[in-house]
Design a binder for this molecule. Structure first.
Ligand code: ZN
Length: 331
């Protein structure tokens, strides 16, 4: 029976699953509703069922599994620590043990934004540039991140290095889920940007947005705001403020790392040139210690598949070095 790598990208609302050949080429994939409120046992069982189905389509068996999880995980034990975006008790869930037992194979678990960073290295911008130094911002519901040095993911204890969304931007800013005030995530995540859009719409300051979403707050997204911002100047100001904060965070990262490349993924990447141009301006303006013309700022090449592709890359690493959970990565 031929062998497949399996990847799981567990999100707050959707879990994306894929199986790939040993070169990392995806053979089949699917997505299921996470429905985290049913509890970890139920969610992992349904993920297992789907993986079995995907593998059986190719009459193959699963050799290793990579698993991206939204929050803090222990990469040594493959257990979750803290997944704030999932309802139910997701503390200390033995993901690697549960799926490893079911499929009799190694399972490697990593934070989802770090997994997306790994995907960008292997399958995106990094694929053609070995030895890349890169910082990746994943800007969606929250802001995750990852850093790669010499073409390898920088992980640190627990795999928690690279939390770029939790750098302080406003010392007295809003309270963040991590306990700090004024983290980038509180100011410029998709959630934070949409919240400001909703506020402006409900105050009558964004009439074109109101029209576009029929006044429905649930339909307000950074993308909708960007479209309406052509007419609604208050929205334009709000978006510019948010991407400037992102630019300040990126400039901090450039000062610390002098990377070759900064990549933006996640839903907020839909802001496109507004995001990229502002970030480039902020880097030029704020990084004064060395020239930054060689620092490229780009959107992810992988879109919303970065997470699941990263999980496949993790599975590939586990296949090559099944005994060590951190091999091939710097800690
Ligand atoms: Zn924070």
């Amino acid at each position: 029976m031929s062998q497949l790598l399996a990847g799981v990208d567990l999100g707050g609302t959707t879990a994306k699953l894929a199986v790939a050949d040993l070169e990392g080429e995806i053979v089949s994939e699917c997505a299921i509703a996470t429905e985290a409120h049913h509890g970890p046992e139920n969610v992992l069982a349904r993920i297992g069922d789907q993986l079995e189905e995907l593998a059986s389509k190719s009459s193959a068996s699963i050799s290793t599994i990579g698993f991206g999880a939204p929050g803090l995980v222990d990469i040594e034990t493959g257990r979750t620590r803290f997944l704030p975006n999932l309802t139910g008790n997701w503390r200390d869930v033995d993901v690697a043990g549960t799926l490893g037992k079911r499929f009799s194979c190694p399972v490697r678990v990593l934070n989802d934004a770090r997994a997306a960073t790994l995907a960008e290295l292997r399958f995106g911008h990094g694929a053609s540039t070995p030895g890349l130094k890169m910082a990746f911002f994943s800007i969606g519901t929250g802001i995750g991140g990852g850093v790669a040095v010499n073409g390898e993911l920088l992980l640190g204890p627990l795999g928690s290095a690279g939390e770029l969304g939790h750098q302080t931007i406003l010392p007295d800013g809003p309270l963040c889920g991590c306990g700090n005030h004024g983290c980038l995530e509180t100011l410029a995540s998709g959630t934070a940007i949409a919240a400001e859009g909703i506020r402006l719409m409900q105050m009558g300051l964004a009439p074109h947005l109101y029209e576009a979403v029929d006044g429905d707050a649930n339909r307000v997204t950074p993308r909708e705001m960007n479209l309406a911002a052509v007419h609604d100047s208050a929205l334009r100001d709000a978006l510019e403020r948010a991407v400037t904060w992102i630019g300040i965070a990126a400039a901090n990262v450039v000062t610390m790392l002098h990377p070759d490349l900064i990549v933006f993924g996640g839903g907020v990447a839909a802001l496109g040139d507004l995001l990229l141009d502002t970030v480039r301006d902020q880097i030029t303006t704020r990084v004064g210690m060395f020239p930054t013309d060689n620092v490229r700022v780009e959107l992810s090449q992988l879109g919303d598949r970065a997470g699941v592709l990263g999980a496949i890359a993790l599975a590939a690493d586990a296949y090559q070095t099944p005994s060590s959970s951190s091999s091939g990565m710097h800690s």
